[in-house]
Design a protein around this ligand. Structure first.
Ligand code: NAP
Length: 247
């Protein structure tokens, strides 16, 4: 174990959906721990790169649009990436009776299919090196049913299952695969929930921590799962939820 088991100095970490929300906070956290960050996504990464540079870190942007779920197919050839954070994701809300096939497909393609094939292409490059870390962003809806988010719940349960399957296949080969299950975080993903006064109050009332999470609340677990400190953590889905699942 290195002198600082939480240091990512000399490591490169690629974060998908790094322009905003949890992805941006994870990118900034990884950079603060010493990683060179590849901020990947379909939107400009200027704010993320500027924040990382202002804090003394290094980062570059990479265009990656999961409208093609296999978009990462060539990303890991020709550059050594030690850490992959699969964060990009969408949510579509509708009663189960009204959920359209288009919304179902969009969520499953982005949140589940793209995640799997990005893991696959990362592993093909990392396994021969015998070292690598994958951090998948799961959800409380990897454990619970949720309401009005059928595709999302199916996808996030799938993310938890895949995290375990990939850990089973790759743990002995030096590749750690784990996930974070964030609680209710103040990001674009939860805008509709926060705009619904009744739902928002009901959610807040059952969070033991007494507040919603900020994106920064999620970054610590991401650094841990990216760093040598977690070398014997495999196939875990770690809730960072202010105690929600303890209720
Ligand atoms: P967010 O601000 O909406 O971030 C979603 C990110 O995914 C954005 O960077 C977005 O890019 C990117 N993305 C979406 N579709 C993409 C595509 N086709 N190609 C490339 N990038 C794409 O919301 P967030 O809360 O930070 O979400 C991040 C992750 O956390 C998601 O996997 C979400 O399911 C998960 N999560 C969130 C919460 C919560 O309470 N907020 C709780 C549990 C899990 P654009 O900005 O270009 O759209």
């Amino acid at each position: 174990m290195p002198r600082n088991p939480f240091s990512l100095a000399g490591r490169t970490a690629l974060v998908t959906g790094a322009n905003a929300g949890i992805g941006r906070a994870c990118a900034e956290g990884l950079a603060a721990a010493g990683a060179h960050v590849i901020a990947a996504g379909r939107s400009p990464m200027d704010d993320t790169l500027a924040a990382i540079a202002a804090a003394g870190g290094t980062a570059e942007a990479l265009h990656l649009d999961f409208d093609d779920p296999l978009a990462a197919r060539d990303v890991f050839s020709g550059r050594e990436v030690d850490v992959l954070v699969n964060n990009a994701g969408i949510i579509r809300r509708a009663d189960a009776t009204d959920m359209t096939e288009a919304d179902w497909d969009a969520v499953i393609d982005t949140d589940l299919k793209a995640l799997f094939f990005t893991c696959q292409t990362f592993a093909r490059a990392a396994l021969p090196r015998g070292r690598g870390k994958i951090v998948n962003i799961a959800s409380l809806l990897s454990f619970q049913g949720g309401i009005r988010v059928a595709g999302y719940t199916a996808a996030k349960h799938g993310v938890a299952g895949l995290t375990k399957l990939l850990a089973n296949e790759w743990a002995a080969k030096g590749l750690c695969v784990n996930a974070i299950a964030p609680g209710y975080v103040e990001t674009a993903n939860t805008e509709a929930l926060r705009a619904d006064a009744e739902r928002s109050a009901a959610i807040l009332a059952r969070i033991p921590a007494g507040r919603w999470a900020t994106p920064q609340d999620i970054a610590g677990a991401c650094v841990f799962l990216a760093a040598p400190a977690s070398d014997y953590v495999n196939g875990a889905v770690i809730p960072v939820d202010g105690g929600w699942l303890a209720r």
